[in-house]
Design a protein around this ligand. Structure first.
Ligand code: NAD
Ligand code: ZN
Length: 341
């Protein structure tokens, strides 16, 4: 089958022939229809330090997708051939304490599809059936293909009650932008988002931000007074991974504020701990999606009117995948979809 493979230690991916994946008795085989390019795939494309120490050469990558079940192991229950599915990219061990308690998102032995095991940029993906998630008919393929990052946005945004709250999101990448739409959908008051990229801030505006702030030009505190905010933000969602964005967030949180951290900063980033202690902030780290509570919420929000379509800005056929990656690298895009023949 065809797949996008990291053939050598360096930038890029190659469209190559690889063996069709093997399937165990608890697995489903998914024929891939559409995939989306994740920030993680960009790290792998660029072959940065993290990618070089994490991804084995010869691996085909990718973990945002929708497809159709074309074969099933004999122990699989609850699915049928032809079911349209996306899937949870974190494959968990099933025997650690958290897995056994039903908190699979906290499994200490998590393995990542398209990172530590063969991925979805391929004609076929083999996946434990327990990780597959059926997509209702009224949700389009393109949206189903981005359930993984939509799930990151959902898990983070729904970590705290947003009803009537003033929410600050730092980082208008695809995930931050989706978080804007979710915060709006569930009833936040002001939803303010920061970035240094105007293309993406415009997109965030279209998705319902009360105010977008280019922190290279504008001061967040000025925007707060313009909005009549006197005390500070109630909830912060850090979605940039940029240390200065997190520092800035801590400065404008209200006392008793709640902060969820999704963005991945350099390992030993320093902050002013006095902001955390004397303000009594609550800080929560977010990894992946809750299995599978996040997935049910994602479906429910789309079915109750959440519109994520503006985030889908580019679509390419597989043979134009280089263009797809270049578009994503340019920063002038929302989500980029690759269509499999
Ligand atoms: P992205 O890289 O597309 O978005 C990050 C955004 O932050 C960019 O638009 C960038 O311009 C912006 N930015 C740069 N400097 C800034 C500043 N000073 N203030 C505010 N914004 C600034 O990433 P994404 O795919 O949307 O993901 C968001 C973050 O979440 C990344 O750090 C990613 O690594 C991380 N992530 C974490 C998990 C997890 O499970 N914890 C999962 C997926 C992604
Ligand atoms: Zn486990």
């Amino acid at each position: 089958m065809k797949a996008l493979v990291k053939e050598k230690a360096g930038p890029g991916l190659t469209l190559a022939e690889v063996p069709q994946p093997e399937m165990g008795h608890n697995d489903v085989l998914i024929r891939i229809r559409k995939t989306a390019i994740c920030g993680t795939d960009i790290h792998i494309w660029k072959w940065d330090e993290w990618a070089a120490k994490t991804v084995p050469i010869g691996m085909h990558v990718g973990h945002e997708y929708v497809g159709e079940i074309v074969a099933m192991g004999e122990e699989v229950r609850g699915f049928q051939l032809g079911d349209r599915v996306s899937g949870e990219g974190h494959v968990t061990c099933g025997h650690c304490r958290n897995c056994r308690a039903g908190r699979r998102h906290l499994c200490r032995n998590t393995v990542g599809v398209g990172v530590n095991r063969p991925g979805a940029f391929a004609e076929f993906l083999s996946l434990p059936a327990v990780n597959a998630f059926k997509i209702p008919d009224n949700i389009a393929d393109d949206l189903a293909a981005i359930f993984d990052p939509y799930g990151n946005a959902t898990h983070t945004a729904l970590s705290f009650n947003l009803v009537g709250e003033d929410v600050l999101i730092t980082g208008a990448g695809p995930i931050g932008i989706m978080a804007v739409a979710i915060a709006r959908h569930v009833g936040a008051r002001h939803v303010v988002i920061t970035d240094v990229n105007d293309y993406r801030l415009d997109l965030a505006s279209k998705m319902g931000a009360s105010r977008v702030v280019n922190v290279a030009r504008e001061r967040l505190t000025h925007v707060m007074s313009e909005l009549g905010m006197v005390e500070g933000f109630d909830v912060g969602l850090e979605m940039s991974g940029v240390p200065s964005a997190f520092t800035q967030m801590l400065e404008v949180m209200n006392h008793g504020g709640k902060v969820a951290l999704l963005g991945i900063p350099p390992a030993e980033t320093a902050i002013d701990w006095n902001q955390v202690i004397f303000k009594g902030l609550e800080i929560k780290g977010i990894y992946g999606r809750e299995m599978f509570e996040t997935w049910y919420k994602m479906v429910a929000m789309l079915q109750s009117g959440l519109d994520l379509n503006p985030i889908l800005t580019h679509r390419y056929p597989l043979n134009a995948y280089v263009e797809g990656f270049e578009t994503m690298l340019s920063g002038q895009s929302g989500k980029v979809i690759l269509e499999w023949p």
